[in-house]
Each structure stands twice: as C-alpha cells, then as structure tokens.
Design a protein around this ligand. Structure first.
Ligand code: PLP
Length: 386
C-alpha cells in the first residue's frame, strides 16, 4: 500500500523519519562499522557514532550526555524507572499507558493526583497529598517516593505544571520522573534547569526511527540494572547497541533542536484548522482549547459522531488522523485521559486527534478542511444522535 499523495496529521502517534536521520542510518548500515564494544577501528567507528548521538540527544533535552541511557523507547524507559523499589508513586490518570500500567503492576502504593476539566494536575491538591504522606512517615529515611508527571498530553496536547510540581516534590525528597515524549522537539525542554531526576524520551515522536529512545537519569539517582549483560550503557542496559537506530535518534535530535522555532509556528496552522472547524460545525468542541497546550495538537469532538467512524471516513478521504488515544496500532478503546477529565461520554467517544509536525504544510490543512467539510456535512450516524 502506498501512502504517497495522502495527508498525514498523526504526528503524536509517530512522526515521519527526518531526512537527516535517514542519511546517517543508511551510512551506519552501509559503512560496515563494527560492534561498539570492540577495540579495533570498526568498533571505534561504531562507538563514535553512539557518542555523537548521546551528545546530540543531551543537547536537545538539556542534560549532560553522560545522563542519557539509550533504550528501545520510552515504554522501556518508563518500565525501568518505575521498577525501582518505590513505596509510593504519585501520578494522575491522564498519564500514558506506558507509565500507568507499570505503576499499576508495581508493589508501590499508587496515589492518584486529581486533574481539572482540562486534564491539568491540581497543584494545591498535589501539595496536600505529598505532605500528608510525608507526615504519616511515608518518606522517612530509606523510604523512596516517586512522582510521575507528563510534560504534554498525547491526546490533547495540554501541558502540565511540571516546574511547580518539581519544586514541591524536591522539598519533600520525592524523586521526579517526567514523561517528555510529546514535548521534546515541540517546545524547549531543559532536564537540568527543571530539576527533574529522570526523563523519558522517544526518537520516533520527533522524526527519529521507532524502537529507540532513552531514559535520562540524573547522576546519583539509584536505579536497578535494567538488563544484565555485556556491560553496555555503563552496566545499566546490556545488549549490543542498535547503532543505526541510535545514529538516527541523534541526527533527528539535532534537527529537531534546530527547528524548534519553526515548530512553534505550527500553532498558526493548527488554529486555522480549529477556526474552520468551529465555523463550519457550530456544535464541534475543541477540547482544552483555552489550556496551555502544544502548538501542534488539536483534539476535536462533534457530539453524535463516533470517533472511530470519522477516522475511517477521513482515511477514505486520504487524511490520516486518529481517534482517542490511538498510541498503539488499531486501538479504539475509550480514552483514559478524556475520562479522567470528566468529559461527557458523547463528546469523549467522538474525539478526533489532529496532530501536526515537521513536514506539515498549508496544503495538508487545506486537505483536512476539505475532508472535514464533506464528512461533517453528511448526516450523522442514526444510532449516535439519539
Ligand atoms: N509517553 C507518551 C506521552 C506517548 O505518547 C508515548 C507514545 O507511544 C509513549 C510514552 C511511549 O513511547 P514509545 O513509543 O517510545 O514506547
């Protein structure tokens, strides 16, 4: 199946590979470089590729290169960070399943942080929960607590008050893991400046290849070995490194860093699409419109139109976008985020996510608008308008 001449507006699911990443990946495959653990010239060439990528990723996220530990992606990074013997883990229910499911499987007590109608964590309520647990001896010496907070939501693009939460957590000795997957390459991310302890990164969300990511770990944070093996990643994650993938990750990081200002300009295209939607479909709702959110994401709902049905109609019209969370292939399950926000069921089941990225053009938005006008101009489905 060819995807040429189609409109891709699903960057929060995955972004197309950037040309800069493709070039270095092909070079890494074709050049016959060796195993990065070998001392000979072939091995040293592989090591140099990895070292450079580590610098590039560190530069993008504002950390030291030595704090970047390569993994197979953010899901692996989250599972690793959560696997330490925490006594309490704080998180809201708007977190991605890559974080929430490991938390639910862990032996730690899960303290759920409340969110408002936009899905933003209530900082005052969080402060109360942190100190209540501190008072009850929750974080006595030797007791380890973790706060997990995403920077930006994959479904709505809504940004969390990470800095405020970090200040509160640090006062009480709570370790902080931030899921920066949807924020990286879309806004400035500063690991050191924010004062977080760990950060999840995923290459494919900003134009690197899938299957590679990182956990950025501040020096001094005590984590168990993730994969015991040949001592790679300074004995934290054994296994021969995925050199082409890591090379592509690094090159995409450098390109995303360079393009940050133009990424923010995408808000103009996103706003244009939202204005069109509101003008042509008066009952359409732009979810969390007034919240602080990413420049590229729009979560749209039209009561009475099932999201899955709309996605199929857009697909037939040549436009790829998604319904609900849709982070795993073919997923059409109810959105945990919209549920946690307390969104009306009729709106939640009709939610569509439009997400723009580094290659999105005005023509893509025009194609979306044309498809929207024809799809939403049709009569709604009989069963859902009742
Ligand atoms: N966190 C968020 C917010 C995501 O959107 C995703 C996407 O799938 C992940 C984590 C998991 O990332 P990865 O695909 O690298 O495992």
């Amino acid at each position: 199946m060819t995807t040429a001449n189609r409109t891709y507006l699903d960057y929060n699911a995955t972004a197309p590979l950037r040309p800069e990443a493709r070039v270095v990946m092909l070079a890494a495959i074709d050049s016959g470089i060796g195993n990065a653990s070998s001392v000979h010239a072939h091995g040293r060439a592989a090591r140099a590729v990895i070292d450079q990528a580590r610098e590039q990723v560190g530069q993008l996220v504002g950390s030291k290169a030595t704090e970047v530990v390569f993994t197979s992606g953010a899901t692996e990074a989250a599972n690793w960070a959560v696997s330490a013997p925490w006594s309490i883990i704080y998180s809201a229910n708007i977190e991605h399943p890559a974080v929430l499911l490991p938390i639910k499987r862990s032996t730690a007590r899960h303290v759920v942080l409340p969110v408002d109608a936009n899905g933003v964590i209530d900082v005052v309520a969080a402060a109360t929960l942190f100190s209540e647990n501190a008072k009850s001896g929750g974080n006595a010496a030797g007791d380890r607590q973790l706060l997990v907070v995403q920077m930006a939501n994959n479904e709505t693009g809504v940004l969390q008050p990470v800095r405020q939460l970090v200040v509160l957590a640090r006062e009480l000795g709570i370790t902080v893991l931030t899921d920066a997957v949807q924020a990286i390459g879309k806004q400035l991310v500063d690991f050191t400046g924010l004062g977080v302890d760990m950060m999840m990164v995923s290459a494919h969300k900003f134009g690197g290849p899938p299957g590679v990511g990182a956990l950025v770990v501040r020096d001094g944070v005590d984590l168990p070995v993730l994969i015991a093996g040949g001592g790679q990643e300074r004995n934290r994650r054994g296994g021969t490194e995925n050199v082409p993938g890591i090379a592509g990750f690094g090159a995409a990081a450098e390109a995303a860093d360079r393009d940050l200002a133009s990424f923010l300009e995408l808000a103009k295209l996103r706003d244009r699409a939202e204005e069109f939607v509101s003008a042509t479909t008066p009952d359409a709702v732009v979810i969390a419109k007034d919240a602080r959110r990413l420049a590229n994401t729009s979560c749209l709902a039209v009561p009475g139109r099932r999201g899955e049905t709309s996605v199929i109609k857009f697909d037939l019209a040549g436009v790829s976008l998604s319904a609900g969370s849709a982070c795993s292939s073919g997923k059409t399950a109810k959105s945990e985020t919209l549920d946690a926000m307390g969104l009306d069921e009729k709106l939640a089941t009709s939610a569509l996510r439009v997400s723009l990225g580094w290659a999105t053009t005005l023509e893509d938005i025009a194609a979306f608008e044309q498809a929207w006008a024809s799809i939403m101009g049709e009569r709604g489905e009989v069963q859902s308008v009742a």
